[in-house]
Structure formats: structure tokens, C-alpha cells
Design a protein around this ligand. Structure first.
Ligand code: ATP
Ligand code: MG
Length: 422
């Protein structure tokens, strides 16, 4: 333990993470930092950077102002919450107000300058925007023999004020339309847990966006480039579910004319979405638990275990904790899956969200046929309805209304037909 404690500072010192989707920029910056004896790790996006820091610490992080997965403000807010002691340098050489500064920040700024001078446009213009009245101008101690080159440390008054950034809790992920606090909490929780490998249990009523949550978790995770594999445990007959999950060899059971890779293996390196997990038979639950505990699975008809790395996201419309309490779901598996919860809220009563979703779906349909508007009366009917089928039901009611309105430019009350089960 003591050895690890002694090792940590020297491992962290002069370790930087370069976060940019631009491979050639990363390459130039890596070369410049390596010359200054820095250890460099690279990440293509925000989520990957946060996961990279989780896996092992760094002294500084240089981040591009555009990230493919997160808004830069969201990234900064997450970063400062999760890694307050790490020096964050934006690629325009500025730093968020109040962030930590490493004693070797000037080396990073010097490397940034080198990286931009060996290429051009974007980085040049970014660095040219550094004001001339630097708070301090120093030559990098490591590069004293180089042509004197100013390294800038911006005065605090000049750097972006992070208090003006939207707090994470108040911004939704782009796929989630609506601004109800319960929905914003969904986005917040996704952002927090996406970069990690932690299993997530998504609970919510039918049609409320559980699969949308699972896909967003994958999109924002470092696994985004690998596969997202979904398996609906309620849709596959019990007899076939095990082979579907774990795969099987040729001749493993009657009808198995060919061997087949299971869904777990197919998701290797990525995310496995187990939908309607509450419907999984108890016997199979024990096998899934064993896999979660060991990271190894056995294909049906084979003895050799196979190591597989997947992130599990499970979803249920039934309260899994209560089922576990009644012995209808394995309690040990429940605790394994429910390390982190996301709850998708029912649509009923979220008036502003019903309106926003309605406009969203109408706009979507207008991409394929001439645009239509909706009358206030029709909107009132929609907001007053209890939506037992939640967002999916709203989407279908609007699709039906669109068809019924035919070539009229407006959807009116008479086109709003709610589905009444017989
Ligand atoms: N907040 C939202 N904003 C925009 N679209 C949404 C939202 N929530 C759900 N949807 C859409 O509603 C539909 C149903 O969502 P989804 O399939 O994720 O629900 P679910 O909870 O998995 O449903 P089920 O329980 O029936 O499997 C999808 O088309 C999804 O894109
Ligand atoms: Mg679903």
C-alpha cells in the first residue's frame, strides 16, 4: 500500500491526457509534450477522457474546444466535479476560472504553442487570441535553449467564467425532449455514469424512454465505437434464451445445426442491453450472475470459459426490487444490476413536456411530408390525456392524427384519437 502511495505522485507528475477528435493535432501535441518528458495518453472524446482519468490519474488534461460527444461546458462541469485537482487546459490555452493549476502548466502551454506552429489555421488563430498583457510570461525551464518563446498564463479575469456555464442539472441530452425536473435528472444521471463500466438499471413504465436511456449511455461511453447489442428477455422463448445469450456450439441441442455466437460475446468491448430483465427465468438469472461475477461465460455445449468485457444496462417496467423481495427475481442479481439507477418518468401530468414532444414529433413528420400545425384545442386534448403508453403512445397518436388530417394544414381535435383497448 505504502509503495503505491509513494509511487502515485511521480506517476501523475508530467502525465497529460490529450482530448481531441483531431488525430493529427493529438499527434503534434503528443510529440511536443513527449520532448518535454511528459507521459501522454489520448482520448477522442469527453466521456473517454473522464473514463481515462478514472482509470489512472493525470497532472493535466488538454481539451479541444469541440468534442464529438459532449458540449465543452458540460465537459468542464463534469470534469471539475469529478476531478477537481487536475489542471484543465483548453486548446486555446485558457483555463476555466477557479480550476487547478499544475506547477508545470507552462510546459503544457509551450507544447500547445509548438503543436500549433507545426501546423496552422485553427490552433494558430486560437493561440493568437491570447491577450498581449499576459499575467505572467515565462520561458519554459525545460526548453531554455530554444528560441525564447512566451508561455502564457491568463489572468483570472480574462478566462471564461465557469459560473456563467449552465449547471449540468439544467441541461438535457439532445435525444431527450422535455424539461421536467424528473427528465433532467435522467440526463444528469446518464452523464455521470456513462463514462464508467458500472452496470445500470433503467426502470420506468412502458414507452417512457428506457431504450433511449440505454442508447444514450452507450453513445456517451468510451465504448461508443463498439457494438450496442440489445436482447429483449420477454421476446425470446425460455428454451432458446440461454443459447441466445451465451451462444452455442454445433449440435449443442436439437436443431443447433450450426454454432452461434451469443449476444454477450457479440457485445464484447461494447454495451449489452438486457430489456425486460424481470422476465428472465430464474435458472438463467443464476448463469447471468455467474458471468457478471467472473467476466467469463460458457457457450452451451462447450466447457472452455470465454472472457468477455461488456457493460450491462438492464431495463424493466416492473419494480425489480419488489420482485426480488417476493423471491420472483434473484436478489443477488438485482443488487449486481442495480449498482446505479435511472428512472424514466411517466408522461402524464408533464404538460410542458407533452407540448414540447408534440412539436418535436410534428416537426419530425414534416420532414417527410408537407408541414402541419396543431390547433390549441387539439393541444389541450393532448395535455389533458393520462398517457398510459407514455411517449411512444403520444408518438403514435400524432402519427394517426397526421394521417387523418390528410392534406389539411392543421391537426384539430377531431383528428386526435386515443387508443382505447377493447
Ligand atoms: N424524452 C423523450 N424525447 C424524445 N423522444 C422520446 C423521449 N422518451 C421516449 N421517446 C421516444 O419514445 C419512443 C419509446 O421510447 P423507448 O422505446 O425508449 O421506451 P421504452 O421505455 O423502452 O418502452 P417499452 O417499455 O415499451 O420497451 C421511442 O421512439 C423514443 O425515441
Ligand atoms: Mg423498450
Amino acid at each position: 500500500m505504502a509503495a503505491i502511495a509513494q509511487q502515485r505522485p511521480s506517476t501523475i507528475a508530467r502525465t497529460a491526457i490529450l482530448a481531441s477528435a483531431d488525430v493529427s493535432f493529438r499527434q503534434r501535441l503528443r510529440d511536443a509534450l513527449t520532448e518535454l518528458r511528459w507521459q501522454v495518453r489520448e482520448a477522442a472524446g469527453g466521456a473517454e477522457t473522464l473514463a481515462c482519468l478514472d482509470a489512472s490519474p493525470a497532472e493535466a488534461v488538454v481539451v479541444d474546444s469541440w468534442l464529438p460527444d459532449l458540449e465543452i461546458q458540460e465537459f468542464i462541469a463534469e470534469f471539475e466535479r469529478m476531478h477537481p485537482g487536475v489542471d484543465l487546459v483548453l486548446a486555446d490555452a485558457s483555463a476555466p476560472a477557479g480550476s487547478s493549476r499544475s506547477p508545470r502548466r507552462n510546459e503544457v502551454l509551450y507544447a500547445l504553442r509548438r503543436a500549433q506552429s507545426s501546423d496552422g489555421a485553427i490552433w494558430n488563430s486560437a493561440l493568437r487570441s491570447i491577450p498581449s498583457d499576459f499575467a505572467s510570461v515565462e520561458a519554459s525551464p525545460v526548453c531554455a535553449e530554444e528560441k525564447p518563446l512566451a508561455c502564457a498564463v491568463l489572468p483570472f479575469s480574462r478566462v471564461p467564467d465557469s459560473s456563467s456555464l449552465a449547471p449540468v442539472a439544467s441541461c438535457s441530452l439532445p435525444e431527450f425532449v422535455g424539461s421536467h425536473p424528473a427528465l433532467l435528472e435522467v440526463s444528469r444521471r446518464i452523464r455521470l455514469v456513462a463514462p464508467r463500466a458500472t452496470p445500470v438499471l433503467v426502470e420506468g413504465p412502458t414507452g417512457s424512454g428506457k431504450e433511449l436511456v440505454a442508447r444514450a449511455l452507450h453513445r456517451l461511453s468510451p465504448r461508443a465505437a463498439r457494438r450496442f447489442v440489445a436482447l429483449n428477455c420477454a421476446a425470446i422463448p425460455e428454451a432458446l434464451l440461454e443459447a441466445e445469450l451465451f451462444g452455442h456450439t454445433r449440435g449443442a441441442f436439437t436443431g443447433a445445426v450450426q454454432g452461434r455466437t451469443g449476444r454477450i460475446e457479440a457485445a464484447h468491448g461494447g454495451t449489452l442491453f438486457l430489456d425486460e430483465i424481470g422476465e428472465m427465468p430464474l435458472g438463467l438469472q443464476a448463469k447471468l450472475l455467474r458471468f457478471l461475477e467472473t467476466g467469463e461465460l460458457q457457450r452451451v455445449g462447450e466447457n472452455e470459459p470465454v472472457k468477455v468485457d461488456v457493460r450491462i444496462v438492464a431495463a424493466t417496467h416492473r419494480p425489480l426490487g419488489a420482485l426480488a423481495g417476493k423471491g420472483e427475481f434473484r436478489a443477488d442479481l438485482y443488487y449486481r444490476l442495480a449498482v446505479f439507477f435511472v428512472r424514466t418518468p411517466p408522461l402524464a401530468g408533464r404538460t410542458a413536456d407533452i407540448e414540447a414532444l408534440t412539436l418535436h414529433f410534428i416537426e419530425k413528420m414534416a420532414r417527410e411530408s408537407p408541414a402541419k400545425s396543431i390547433t390549441p384545442g387539439a393541444m389541450a386534448a393532448l395535455t389533458a390525456y393520462p398517457w398510459p403508453g407514455n411517449v411512444r403512445e403520444l408518438e403514435h397518436v400524432l402519427e394517426r392524427a397526421w394521417i387523418l388530417a390528410d392534406d389539411r394544414p392543421r391537426i384539430d381535435t377531431q383528428e386526435i384519437e386515443f387508443y382505447e383497448p377493447e
